[in-house]
Ligand binder design. Structure first.
Ligand SMILES: Cc1cc2nc3c(=O)[nH]c(=O)nc-3n(C[C@H](O)[C@H](O)[C@H](O)COP(=O)(O)OP(=O)(O)OC[C@H]3O[C@@H](n4cnc5c(N)ncnc54)[C@H](O)[C@@H]3O)c2cc1C
Length: 264
């Protein structure tokens, strides 16, 4: 189907083969794949690009070939190849292993930006800063109508790739929610470490992942029970000192000389 765009009473009306709700990694990748197969594709994304997101930024080699095929501009970047794994706890227990498949590192900021540019180049249409509100199915027309804050999108197929926190949550998922809230913190730092390792270090109430990304930077990302943050009056520095530093590996890494970027 040819893409159709019109404005009716100041509201956008679009027609396409496939509407994808959510332009995260899944939605962006799918949009490129479908566009390359000749479908007209509209991505409805409530946010904008480029953007930082809390993420460990380690990608399994399982996806390497597919991602590079979807997005050839990835090969312009020298990305660290990760072949080793290290795990530690607050006790003396430590574990190291060679990874069977391994992975590579790239910031979420860069990966999403490259996928977005590739999709746009191929003719995927993006509705940005546009939240999808509801989906109706028209039995007579066998099409879906997605209501968004900016107008309606009609499509033969609709894909929900809205991630974990979605207004299209299914009942099954809702019943699996445990009730614990976690806070995620991420830094991009330049520190002296072996980039062939992805590391996971546990601490009371959470864990921290460490791995290399582009430009010899390291992604340092942790999640922690929000109750721990309340205990230190929402002070991130005190949180790190009180909980993360209980793991000697984290204390050493956090106290290394580095140039912190402001990407938290
Ligand atoms: C702390 C943390 C660390 C992680 N580290 C790693 C890692 O190192 N390696 C790894 O492989 N995975 C990691 N993950 C998992 C990874 O982030 C997810 O698997 C991945 O983001 C899923 O992609 P997605 O596109 O399905 O969802 P998302 O990336 O969540 O994208 C969903 C998109 O949908 C949009 N959206 C939602 N609702 C609407 C709506 N109604 N209308 C329009 N747009 C909407 C959102 O704005 C968002 O852009 C981590 C996750 C967390 C929380």
């Amino acid at each position: 189907m040819e893409l159709g765009i019109s404005i009716y009473h100041n509201r956008l009306q679009m027609k396409c083969d496939v509407a994808i709700i959510g332009g995260g990694l899944a939605g962006l990748s799918l949009s490129i794949d479908l566009r390359k197969r000749g479908y007209s594709v509209v991505v409805i994304e409530k946010g904008n690009y480029p953007r930082h997101k809390v993420c460990g930024e380690y990608i399994s080699m399982e996806s390497h070939e597919y991602l590079y095929r979807l997005c050839p501009s990835l090969s312009q970047f020298s990305l660290p190849i990760i072949t080793n794994f290290k795990l530690s706890s607050t006790g003396k227990t430590e574990f190291q292993a060679k990874l069977d498949l391994g992975g590579f590192g790239i910031s979420r900021y860069l990966l999403e930006e490259l996928l977005y540019k590739e999709a746009t180049k191929l003719g995927v249409v993006f509705l940005l800063k546009c939240k999808a509100l509801d989906i109706d199915y028209d039995k007579n027309d066998t099409t879906y109508r997605i209501k968004t804050i900016s107008g309606d999108v009609t499509a033969k197929l609709v894909c929900n790739s809205t991630g974990r926190k979605s207004n299209f949550e299914t009942n099954e998922r809702e019943t699996n929610v445990t009730g614990t809230n976690y806070v995620g913190i991420k830094y991009h730092v330049k520190i002296d470490r072996d980039p062939s390792f992805v590391e996971i270090h546990n601490f009371p109430g959470g864990y921290c992942g460490i791995s290399g990304i582009e430009e010899n930077k390291t992604c340092l990302c942790y999640i922690v029970n929000s109750k721990n943050l309340k205990l230190v009056d929402n002070s991130i520095i005190d949180l790190e000192k009180k909980f993360l530093y209980q793991n000697s590996n984290l204390k050493r890494i956090f106290l290394l000389p580095n140039s912190y970027s402001k990407n938290r």
